[in-house]
Write a protein that binds this ligand. Sequence first.
Ligand code: AP5
Length: 221
Amino acid sequence: MKRIILLGMPGAGKGTQAQYLTEKYQIPQISTGAMLRAEIDAGNELGKEAQKYMNAGNLVPDQLVIEMVKKRVALPDCASGFIVDGFPRTIAQADALRNVGIDIDFVIDLEVDDAEILRRMSGRRVHPASGRTYHIDFNPPKVPGKDDVTGEALVQRPDDSEETVRKRIVTYHAQTKPLVEYYLKWTAGDDPRAPRYINIHGGNTIEQVRDQVLAALEKQH
Ligand code: AP5
């Protein structure tokens, strides 16, 4: 069973690596950021509420995302595994997963330094409908500005401005980074429900990171 959490700063490569893992293991990618952006696009109340936090580089309230994830992992396509990208992001979210009995097999922590993150975010382009992610230099689409699969236009995310990215990095250090300690502590004990924690240097090329992640998962099978 592959129930995987991808941890890491904004721009660490969680979405990029999740795309490889869904292909390899044929399990769904659950991105809380993408789910929230879908709510914003739908123009409903939840989306309007979330947008205020996201555009300011803050986290949306725990309860809102916890409910979303609980419902999503209960769907039949998650029966043989899933990749959660962008959740948990606070200790309260990690506790919620644990307390409702959603077991996780692997926590993969993609570690990248702040300067590299800023370089990556300025060049990121996304295909809004599918969530496919590109970078103008490091992972360019075949035709500039167009999605490889549909040919539709790529866009820059509104929260990828340098100012908002800097705020997101601060938010990460304050609220999400403590999860590394949280999982290290849990995995060091003798709880059979504890996931395995895998630390990967996310500053290498996309392909190097992909190979390291896959090798680590296969080794710990
Ligand atoms: P979310 O959408 O989850 O954003 P994020 O965590 O900030 O992560 P990103 O999607 O920005 O980055 P990524 O790690 O997926 O990197 P990517 O692969 O795209 O969340 C957005 C907002 O929603 C949050 O700020 C918050 O407000 C809210 N939210 C979401 N979940 C929440 C939760 N659980 N609780 C509360 N609030 C929540 O890569 C980035 C770029 O770099 C791309 O261009 C890519 O091509 C390139 N790249 C990737 N890997 C490499 C590499 N190895 N070398 C060179 N370039 C690379």
